[in-house]
Ligand binder design. Structure first.
Ligand code: BTN
Length: 332
């Protein structure tokens, strides 16, 4: 699947504006300064991308249905954001959207740049794990953030992204989604999304942060049975039917812009109530791998600085800044 050319985008936009009406080949040819055969070729291309366009020898063309694509044509004009995604890069296939975003960052891409791929060939998870990235089934996205944040604080962008996604899934899809600190979103105890944040810093402050998010949207049960380290699921499995990736993406970008904006302007403590409401581990006994060391305790909440507070067996509280939750025990 190749992205549209500028002319194809314009034709598409015109057909959308005329929603439900026929547009004659002559009108299009005139408007875009090309032959009717040229128009026909562009329409054929749009059809191969999945646009359902009715062609009628006398009446012309009518757009009947729009496919669930994450291309600029389908996302940018529908964005309900002030800065996030205004620089939008859609790629049909890439090694990793995080790598691509890091490259764009080095070339000076602006704050809020979003990179989306239909497919990743080397999608990366945490701890060098592979991230399943089949075309059409998920959202594979990286967001470039340029606010200079203290190096210890910057990784908190990870759980703000998790929070925003859990909100979309719970509030817009009615799914019982929660965050598994620091980088997973779960539904029914299974992982539906993972986040990998990478940053470049100058001594104490981040120069830029890339938040990479992989969301399992329309994977089938069979596809989610793969040999994953953590049991996996998709939104469609949990919702009981296919879900439009485009709507999940637009909803997420809007909420993430709000949550991240609050984090930058008002600080981490302003998000603690939301984080606690959407967290799936609070009040539970968990084990966290911190580097080589395992720490177990009851997850009590977040400190105002942004660490996870664990009440250990010896009665001491430990603030954990980063780690991998390896075990979650049943509700206490
Ligand atoms: C994890 O759970 O281990 C994190 C998974 C992160 C996957 C996403 S998909 C988009 C972005 N590009 C990558 O290569 N990885 C992240």
């Amino acid at each position: 699947m190749a992205a549209t050319t500028p002319t194809q985008s314009e034709i598409l936009k015109y057909l959308k504006d005329k929603a439900g009406d026929f547009v004659s080949g002559a009108d299009l040819a005139d408007r875009f300064g090309i032959s009717r055969t040229g128009i026909w070729k562009h329409i054929q291309k749009l059809k191969t991308l999945g646009y359902n366009i009715l062609s009628h020898s006398k009446e012309g063309y009518k757009l009947l249905e729009i496919p669930d694509l994450l291309t600029s044509d389908e996302i940018v004009s529908s964005l309900d954001t002030k800065w996030l995604g205004l620089s939008y890069h859609f790629l049909e296939k890439v090694g990793s959207t995080n790598d691509h975003a890091l490259l764009l960052a080095a070339q000076g891409a602006p704050h809020g740049t979003v990179v989306i791929a239909e497919e990743q060939t080397r999608g990366r998870g945490r701890l060098r794990r592979e991230w399943l990235s089949s075309p059409g089934r998920g959202i594979y996205m990286s967001i470039l953030l340029r606010n200079p944040l203290p190096v210890r604080v910057a990784p908190q962008s990870t759980y703000i992204a998790g929070l925003s996604l859990a909100k979309v899934l719970r509030l817009e899809y009615g799914l019982d989604a929660c965050m598994k600190w620091p980088n997973d979103v779960l539904i029914a105890g299974r992982k539906v999304a993972g986040i990998l944040t990478e940053m470049q810093s100058d001594q104490d402050y981040s120069r830029f942060i890339v938040v990479g998010i992989g969301i399992n949207v329309n994977y089938s049960r069979d596809e989610m049975e793969g040999p994953f380290r953590y049991p996996a699921t998709s939104i469609s499995i949990q919702a009981g039917g296919a879900v439009k990736r485009r709507e999940v993406l637009l909803g997420f970008l809007k909420r993430f812009e709000q949550d991240y904006g609050k984090f930058v302007e008002e600080g981490f403590p302003s998000l603690i109530p939301d984080l606690e409401e959407f967290s799936g581990i609070l009040g539970r006994k968990i084990t966290v791998l911190v580097g080589e060391r395992e720490v177990s305790g009851i997850a009590r909440g977040f400190t105002p600085e942004g660490a996870l507070s664990l009440l250990k067996g010896d009665g001491e509280l430990e603030a954990v800044w980063a780690g991998d939750v390896t075990r979650v025990e049943a509700n206490l």
